[in-house]
Structures are given as structure tokens and as C-alpha cells.
Write a protein that binds this ligand. Sequence first.
Ligand code: ATP
Ligand code: MG
Length: 342
Amino acid sequence: MRPSLKVSLPAHEAAIGKFLTQSGTFKDGDLLVNKDGLRIVSQSEEDEPSLIKPSDNQLSLADLDAIKVIGKGSGGIVQLVRHKWTGQFFALKVIQLNIEESIRRQIAQELKISLSTQCSYIVVCYQSFYDNGLISIVLEYMDGGSLADFLKNVKTIPEEYLAAICKQVLKGLIYLHHEKHIIHRDLKPSNILINHRGEVKISDFGVSAIIASSSGQRDTFTGTFNYMSPERITGAKHGYISDIWSLGLVMLECATGQFPYPPRESFYELLEAVVEQPSPSAPSDQFSEEFCSFISACVQKKATDRKSAQVLLKHPFLSMYDDLNIDLASYFTTAGAPLATF
Ligand code: ATP
Ligand code: MG
């Protein structure tokens, strides 16, 4: 049986009054919280407020109030929404899908996997709905937006911060690769999200890549292909290690402020550059030896020459700034501009 619950701050009592029993305690199952003040805490875990969890299975679209549009992707829009009863914020991603039944089934499968992932380095996917060609996904709201948004403000990210960011991304990848046995397939700056607590989380594995590759618009959607490894972009067999290539390109872009390959006219020109040209590298006169070596370990053209996420986590680049005790929370909230989407 769940422990009985009590309200630690009495604000908003009217709104939740219907959940209260006469004694002021909550009935079993009424596990709700208002992020802005009202906290319903379990008596056994006083300082651990309980938020809606993916497993609660209690979200419905009708209970979410739209606040504003916070982003647009190739497949649809992302809105900031607030849960009517609890005040909790979420990001609601709505994707328009004009696709065949088989792909829809594949997406449903991927979404099921997303719902089952529980890792501090992966954006929580709370629930998804499908209705009349529209897929709505309720996601954990990351108030700093994406690394792509952040990079637009700060232009480049210094190595010491990049090491702290990269550590979290690698932990997310280790979880996906080694625990869930999933290839992300679409790792790029806009799918790495940040928040005011200094957390960095991976989002959108599987789903967006399926949509992109089934859209039949390769030429116009090169954005989605930019971070693809040589084996993946040529349509050859690819595995987890394909994500490591993407990670290398993302880190290099964050460090230099530029996508490592010059702009290309079409998907085929990009493909040619990725396959024919030597791998991009970090200029050794601007970056530490450790950083250059880390990038090189990621962007090996031959997949078997690349290091796994687990091995990379031990790379010297990731520990060389440990003494600085980097505070990503203050970096994200003060560097460049206010948080992207708050
Ligand atoms: P593409 O559709 O090509 O993959 P994308 O990743 O930018 O591009 P979306 O995943 O739809 O497209 O996201 C669009 C933008 O919405 C992101 O760049 C980010 O700014 C914002 N966003 C997405 N998810 C969240 C979230 N969970 N919390 C906060 N902001 C988010
Ligand atoms: Mg995305």
C-alpha cells in the first residue's frame, strides 16, 4: 500500500480540493503535484516531491492547456503546455503524418520503447496519442531548449563546458546502446536538450529518423542527414557506433561554431563529401590535444575504428577539467541570452 500523503504548502487548495479527504490527507492514488508551489509529498519521503510519472498513465490531451509554441521541426510543432490540475509543464510535440500503415506501426513501436525508457540523460516521454493522422507526444519540458538554440546565442562552447555536456550525452547513449539496445539514429544539436538545472538530455530517438527516411524527400531534407555516418548515409548496415560519428560532429560543431562540412547543394553532394573526404578534425592550434583526440576517436570513417560510448566515457578529455567543478546550471542560465524557451 502507498503511504498516506499530505500537502506541504496549502496554496491552490481549491483546485485540488476534490482530491482531499476530510482529514486533509490524500487518498491512495491521488499522486499529483503543482510544480509552482503546491507539493504533495509522501510522508516517508518528505523532501522528494512526486511529479506525474510516465507510468502514471493519467495524462489526457484535454487536461493540457497550450501556453505557446516553443519550436518547429520538419515534422511538426512543439508547444509548451501546462497540466490543468497539477500545474506541471510539459512539451507537447504534434507531428502530422501522412504515411502508410506499416510505418505508423513502426512509429508506434518506437514510441512504446520511448515510453519505457527511464534514464536521467534521456528526455522523458510521458504519453503519446494518435488521432486522425496526428501523433501527439507529451514530453518532459526542457526549459533551456536545444543545444542548437543555445549555440545560436553563444556561438561556440568552451571545452570545459563541452566536456561536462558531452559526459551527460555519453551517459544517455550508454543507456540507449547498452541497456536498451537502441540506435538513436538522429543525434544532432536540436535533439540534445538542456535545462536550468544544468541537465543535458537526449530526445527524439527513432521516431524522427523513421519519419525523415520515409518522407521520400531526401534532397530537401539534408538537415536530417548532416550528422549521418558514412555507413548510414550510403545505406549500408549500421549499428550503435553510427551514433558515435554523429556525437563527434555535434561536439566539433559546438566547439568551432560551425558544422564541420561546408554547405552542400544536395543530399548527394553531402554523401560524396562524407564518404570521399577525410574525416573532419579539431584544429590542433585552437583546441587541447585531448579534445582533438576525442573527436578523432568519434569520427573515424571506418565504423570498427570508432570507440563505443562506454569506452569514450573514460577518455582523458572528459576528466581533464574535473578540477574546475564546472557549473552547467549557471552557464546555461547566464551565457549568451535568457533560456531559449522559458
Ligand atoms: P527535425 O524535425 O528536423 O528533427 P528538430 O529536432 O529541431 O528538427 P523538433 O524535435 O520538432 O525538431 O523540435 C523543435 C524544437 O522544439 C527544438 O529545436 C527545441 O527548441 C524545441 N523542443 C523540442 N522538444 C522540446 C522539449 N521536450 N522541451 C523544450 N523544447 C523542446
Ligand atoms: Mg527533435
